[in-house]
Design a protein around this ligand. Structure first.
Ligand SMILES: *[C@@H]1O[C@H](CO)[C@@H](O)[C@H](O)[C@H]1NC(C)=O
Ligand SMILES: *[C@@H]1O[C@H](CO)[C@@H](O)[C@H](O)[C@H]1NC(C)=O
Length: 451
C-alpha cells in the first residue's frame, strides 16, 4: 500500500468504531465443498514459493524508475511456481502494461456477476541499514519469513495464486467468474498497471459485483480500551493533494535585506496552514509538510522559495474544497499555489446486509477467524490500486486477512517487514474459502414466520 500513517489510522479507527456489524446466517447452494486442508508437502511448497517471491527485488524507485529486470523475472517466476494456474483451459492470462498480470477465471455459470481479487508485486525500496536480515533474502527465522513485500503485498499476490493453484489441483471448477489483477507499479500510482487493466476491462464492458484489495487488516492492540482484535474492512480510502507553494521576489544581498523575503512570506503561509485548525473532517488526516529547497546560497537571499505540502483528503471532502480552504488560510497573493497531483477520495462502498462483497468477506472472516466477533467498516489511510477500478464496481473492499499489531504496522514501508508462516498459511486458506464462498453465498432471505 502506498504511504501509511499510523497516527491517522488510530484516529480513523475511533471514528468508525461506532459502526459495527455482527454475524448472522449464511445460505448454501449445496455445491460440494473442498476442505481447506493442505498436506505437509503443500505447506512447505507454499512458504518456499513466498520466499522465492521476496528474493526478486521488484522495487519501484520513483514514477520513472523501477527494476524492470526484476519485474520481468517475477512474471516468469509465477508461471514456474503455479503451473496449474497458467495451464488450465478456463484460466486466461494476459500481460498488461508490459509487466502487470490479468487472469480471467471463467466460471461455469455466466449468469453470476464476476468479482476481482487484487494485489501488487512491486515494493518500496529497502536499504539494508537497520534490517535484522537482508531485506531481499526471504530468510526464514523463528517461524517468520523476513523481507520487503512480506506484508505489502507479495503475500497477497502469492496467496491468491497459491489458493487458486490448490483449488485447481483438486479439480475445482468455479461457478462465478473472477479476475485476478496483479499490479507492478502500485507504490508509484498504478498508472501503468492497474489503470491499464481497468481500461481494458471497461472497454470489454465488464462490470464487477465487487473487488477485494489490500488496505486494512485484523487489528490487535490499536485501540487501548479494546482487548480483543477486530477485523476492519475498509470501504473507502483517502484522496490526496500534493500542493506546491511558491513565492517569487527580486533577489537581494543579505547585507541589505529587504523588509520581507521570499522565505519569510512562504514560512508565514506554511505556519498559518499549520496553525489553522482544520475542519473536523480532515483534521484527522496527517498534514505533512516538507519544506524543500529553502536557502541554498550563502549570502544571497533567494528570489524564490517553495514548499510542497501533502494533504490527505477525507471521503467527506473533495480536492476542490481543500484547495479553497488552503487559499483562504494562506490569504496572500504572493504565494502561488500549483497542484502537482490530486485525486478525490473514492465513493464509500456499501456495507449493509445486502452488500454482497462485504457480507461475503464478513462470512469468510468469521469462518477462518472464529475468535473475531467484530467486523467493522473503516477508511483506509493508504492509497491502493483499487481506486483505478471504481468505474467497474461500487463494491470496493480493502482487507488483508492478517492479524497485525502496531509494531507490525510500522514495518510496512519500514524496517524488518515480516510475516509469520502460520499467518501466511491462514491467508491462503482464507482465499481458498473466499473463492468457494463466492460460488455458494446467497444473500439471506427475509425471515418468515410459519404458522
Ligand atoms: C534488479 O533486479 C535484478 C534481479 O531481477 C537484480 O539482480 C539487480 O541487482 C536489481 N537491481 C537493483 C538496482 O536493485
Ligand atoms: C471512468 O469513466 C469515465 C467516463 O467514461 C472516464 O472519463 C474515466 O477516465 C474513467 N476512470 C477510470 C479511472 O478509468
Amino acid at each position: 500500500m502506498a504511504r501509511v500513517c499510523m497516527l491517522a489510522l488510530a484516529a480513523v479507527l475511533l471514528m468508525i468504531f461506532a459502526c459495527v456489524s455482527r454475524s448472522d446466517g449464511q445460505k448454501d447452494r449445496g455445491a460440494p465443498r473442498i476442505p481447506a486442508q493442505f498436506s505437509e508437502e503443500e505447506l512447505v511448497g507454499m512458504k518456499e514459493a513466498l520466499k522465492g517471491a521476496i528474493q526478486i527485488p521488484t522495487v519501484s524507485f520513483s514514477h520513472e524508475e523501477s527494476n524492470t529486470t526484476a519485474l520481468t523475472e517475477f512474471g516468469e517466476y509465477i508461471r514456474k511456481v503455479f503451473p496449474k494456474v497458467f495451464s488450465t483451459s478456463f484460466v486466461q492470462h494476459e500481460v498488461v502494461g508490459q509487466y502487470s498480470h490479468l487472469l480471467t477465471v471463467q466460471g461455469s455459470d455466466p449468469s453470476l456477476q464476476p468479482y476481482m481479487l487484487l494485489a501488487h508485486f512491486d515494493v518500496v525500496p529497502a536499504p539494508e541499514d537497520g534490517w535484522e536480515v537482508p531485506p531481499f533474502s526471504g530468510l526464514e527465522r523463528d517461524g517468520f519469513i523476513h523481507g520487503r513485500g512480506t506484508l505489502d503485498n507479495k503475500n497477497s499476490v502469492m496467496a491468491i495464486l497459491q489458493a487458486l493453484e490448490l483449488l485447481l489441483i483438486r479439480n475445482y471448477i468455479p461457478q462465478r467468474s473472477f479476475f485476478i489483477s496483479l499490479g507492478h507499479d502500485e507504490e508509484v500510482s498504478g498508472m501503468n498497471g492497474a489503470l491499464k487493466i481497468s481500461a481494458l476491462l471497461q472497454a470489454r464492458g465488464v462490470k464487477l459485483a465487487f473487488l477485494v484489495d489490500e488496505g486494512s487488516f485484523i487489528l490487535d492492540g490499536f485501540i487501548p480500551s479494546l482487548k480483543k482484535p477486530f477485523a476492519m474492512v475498509s470501504v473507502s480510502e483517502k484522496g490526496a493533494l500534493d500542493l506546491l507553494l511558491k513565492v517569487n521576489m527580486t533577489p537581494g544581498h543579505s547585507s541589505a535585506p529587504p523588509k520581507e523575503t521570499s522565505i519569510g512570506i512562504l514560512s508565514a503561509a506554511v505556519s498559518r496552514l499549520e496553525k489553522t485548525p482544520m475542519p473536523n473532517m480532515f483534521g484527522s488526516g496527517p498534514l505533512k509538510m516538507t519544506i524543500k529547497q529553502l536557502a541554498n546560497e550563502v549570502n544571497v537571499i533567494p528570489s524564490m522559495a517553495q514548499a510542497t505540502i501533502n494533504f490527505r483528503i477525507h471521503p467527506a471532502q473533495t480536492v476542490h474544497e481543500v484547495l479553497e480552504l488552503v487559499k483562504n488560510i494562506v490569504a496572500d497573493d504572493r504565494v502561488q499555489l500549483h497542484v502537482l497531483r490530486a485525486f478525490d477520495p473514492p465513493p464509500v462502498s456499501p456495507s449493509d446486509d445486502q452488500a454482497f462483497g462485504y457480507q461475503l468477506l464478513r462470512q469468510t472472516i468469521q469462518s477462518i477467524f472464529p475468535e473475531i466477533n467484530i467486523v467493522a467498516p473503516g477508511i483506509s489511510i493508504a492509497n491502493t490500486d483499487s481506486r483505478h477500478y471504481t468505474n467497474l464496481t461500487t463494491g470496493v473492499y480493502l482487507f488483508n486477512p492478517i492479524c497485525l499489531q502496531p509494531q507490525d504496522f510500522r514495518s510496512i514501508h519500514g524496517l524488518n517487514e515480516k510475516i509469520s508462516i502460520q499467518a501466511y498459511e491462514t491467508q491462503v486458506k482464507f482465499i481458498f474459502e473466499l473463492i468457494q464462498n463466492a460460488d455458494t453465498y446467497k444473500t439471506s432471505v427475509p425471515h418468515q414466520h410459519e404458522l
